[in-house]
Design a protein around this ligand. Structure first.
Ligand code: ZN
Length: 132
């Protein structure tokens, strides 16, 4: 298994001391697997999933995805293609097709909608008020 060290650019506002981290689009926040690894697992059939060495972790990610799909569709109404797929893997593939790949999906979700692929984090929300 590959081990990666990802350097994350962090910026601190000199006026309000708010810290902002800039993650590359191939990284999921607070996750130990890259977007492409999650994508491979999600698209794999049952037998291939069982063979994957980090299947337990990725199976947990799958369950988080399944529980996140409804709110993601409700909150973003993205992509514009209709109808939005009802099955979690169908929606995953629909988003990948719309954006080109899952890294582009992750970038779009966080940048445009303030939500990540597997969960909404407080850190992706824009501040309710501008402090400075
Ligand atoms: Zn500031």
């Amino acid at each position: 298994m590959w081990k990666w060290l990802v350097k994350v650019a962090r910026f601190v506002c000199s006026r309000c001391r708010l810290t902002v981290s800039l993650l590359p689009q191939f990284v999921l926040p607070y996750r130990h697997r890259l977007v492409d690894a999650v994508d491979r697992y999600f698209r794999a059939g049952h037998e291939a999933r069982v063979e994957m060495s980090d299947g337990d972790l990725l199976r947990r990610y799958w369950r988080q995805w399944v529980s996140h799909v409804g709110s993601l569709q409700r909150d973003t109404a993205w992509p514009a293609e209709r109808p939005l797929a009802r099955e979690p893997i169908g929606y995953w593939e629909q988003m990948a097709k719309a954006a080109g790949n899952m890294q582009a999906v992750q970038k779009k979700l966080t940048g445009r909608f303030g939500v990540s692929l597997l969960r909404r984090y407080a850190c992706h929300r824009k501040p309710e008020r501008v402090i400075c």
